[in-house]
Design a protein around this ligand. Structure first.
Ligand SMILES: Cc1cc2nc3c(=O)[nH]c(=O)nc-3n(C[C@H](O)[C@H](O)[C@H](O)COP(=O)(O)OP(=O)(O)OC[C@H]3O[C@@H](n4cnc5c(N)ncnc54)[C@H](O)[C@@H]3O)c2cc1C
Length: 441
């Protein structure tokens, strides 16, 4: 499908936010000969965009801060991109096509991209604003968490999802005298990605490492000490936990305030169409601050595809519109291999294939519908994860190779080849069947 250019090369393109989406967009634009010549990027953080994903290994002490750097300020200058850092855009005037920052700076734009990301969602409970309660979103947060780990004491992480577990394990690894607990509302860790068995395996591993994992935990309130610092957490069932620090990792809230203030169409985030255009044709939105077709975002994979569409749209080159596609999840905790995508619960139409080698802690579970993989959870040996994901995206009918499926791509290829040379491949298939337990959902 062909698109129209939203920017001419003489236009002034202004990008609000200098995070991962903004940075990737600039990288894509500067490669295009038809790019807008005047580009200004305004970021609230004091440093140029960095690899936010790597904040977890940074906290765990597995990486130096320099390794997170994407491009330095000089690179932006060399690309003819004006980079303004440490300033937050506070107001948009759509009629005049201007914006104002918190330092009083005013800028005109011809086209605007809002890429303001999101922030940690705070549970609506008394005491959440107390001193000693932190998020885990940026370099400053990583520094604060590192200081907590060094200081020691009782740290409680609220949220047993990807981010909460990475934060908890980072704190534990970094501190010598720290007790780290994780509160998870659901009965299982990473309940959006893992089934019960994989969640138990993960819980066992993390517990053995020294984390205290409390599932089915409903936070009721935070209590302060005489100095107004958080000191205790109260759960709805009456349990209490000492807490010298609290880290909130229980979801994200899109930074959509600029869209609301400027009366753009918003819902949970700034609503965009398949070209990432908001309800104002002169304004696009991108990344975690945008919402497409009812979906908001929390992983980079879909954002990279949004960037491709928006860069092409802005430069007037051919592209398909953005469409959502499944994403796979990996946990960045060293020594824990976990790969998952698709639904965790089997419906009546699903067939479940699973394999569990208890001694090796190796678990694989596939959800199939009409012979096609719709979901997978791999714990232990995750090497076949990307192959399963590829098959799921391609919608490959794997029904004929079900018995080899749990062993991954290479075994399926053997069967495929065998079936091409001989119509009876049952001998090869039966080799695997003793390891495979298949249950109808
Ligand atoms: C610790 C951690 C680990 C993660 N691990 C993974 C992972 O393993 N895999 C994965 O896919 N994703 C991961 N993510 C999520 C990933 O980092 C985000 O999806 C990605 O950063 C989103 O990009 P973004 O540009 O939309 O938002 P951000 O990267 O947050 O960038 C938004 C920027 O806009 C700035 N800003 C906000 N408001 C304004 C304003 N008014 N004016 C100017 N600037 C403003 C913000 O300060 C920020 O710098 C992780 C996130 C964290 C925090």
């Amino acid at each position: 499908m062909e698109t129209t250019s939203r920017c001419s090369s003489n236009d002034h393109l202004v990008v609000i936010g200098n995070g991962m989406a903004s940075h990737r967009l600039i990288e894509a634009l500067v490669k295009q000969p038809t790019r807008p010549q005047r580009i200004t990027v305004i970021g609230a953080e004091p440093s140029p965009a960095y690899n936010r994903i790597l904040l977890s290994p940074l906290l765990a002490g597995e990486m130096q801060q320099e390794a997170l750097t994407l491009r330095d300020t000089q690179w932006y200058a060399e690309q003819g991109v004006t980079l303004i850092l440490g300033e937050k855009v506070e107001m948009l005037d759509r009629a005049r096509q201007t914006l104002t920052t918190d330092s009083g700076r005013s800028l005109d734009y011809d086209h605007l991209v809002i890429a303001t990301g999101s922030r940690p969602a705070l549970p609506d409970v008394p005491g959440i604003e107390l001193e000693g309660v932190h998020g885990f979103r940026n370099l400053q947060d990583a520094e604060s968490l590192e200081a907590i780990a060094q200081r020691g004491g009782d740290a409680v992480v609220i949220g047993g999802g990807l981010l909460g577990l990475e934060a908890a394990e980072g704190l534990r690894k970094r501190g010598s005298d720290i007790n780290v607990s994780v509160l998870q509302r659901s009965e299982r860790l990473m309940n959006r990605q893992l089934d019960t068995t994989a969640a138990h395996l993960l819980k066992d591993t993390l517990t053995q490492r020294g984390l205290q994992i409390i599932t089915g935990a409903h936070l009721a309130r935070l209590e302060s000490n005489a100095q107004g610092r958080v000191a205790k957490l109260h759960l709805a069932d009456g349990r209490q936990l000492n807490a010298s620090s609290v880290i909130v990792a229980a979801g994200i809230t899109p930074n959509a305030e600029l869209g609301r203030q400027a009366d753009l169409r918003t819902d949970r985030a700034i609503v965009v169409d398949e070209w990432l255009t908001t309800s104002d044709p002169a304004i696009s939105a991108l990344g975690e601050c945008c919402q497409f077709d009812g979906t908001t975002y929390g992983l980079v994979e879909p954002i990279w595809r949004q960037v491709e569409v928006l860069a092409a749209t802005l430069c007037g080159t051919h592209t398909q519109g953005y469409a959502d596609a499944p994403s796979a999840t990996k946990l960045k905790i060293s020594g824990v291999a976990l790969y998952a995508f698709g639904p965790t619960e089997a419906s009546a139409e699903h067939e479940v294939l699973n394999y569990h080698d208890i001694e090796r802690g190796d678990y694989r579970r596939l959800l199939l519908r009409d012979g096609q993989i719709e979901g997978a959870v791999l714990y232990g040996d995750t090497s076949q994860g990307p192959w399963y994901f590829e098959q799921a995206l391609a919608g490959t009918d794997l029904n004929a190779y079900r018995q080899a499926l749990l062993f991954g791509g290479a075994d399926v290829e053997v069967l495929r080849e065998a079936s091409q040379h001989s119509p009876d491949s049952s001998e090869l298939s039966s080799k695997h069947s003793s390891h495979t337990t298949s249950e109808a959902a």
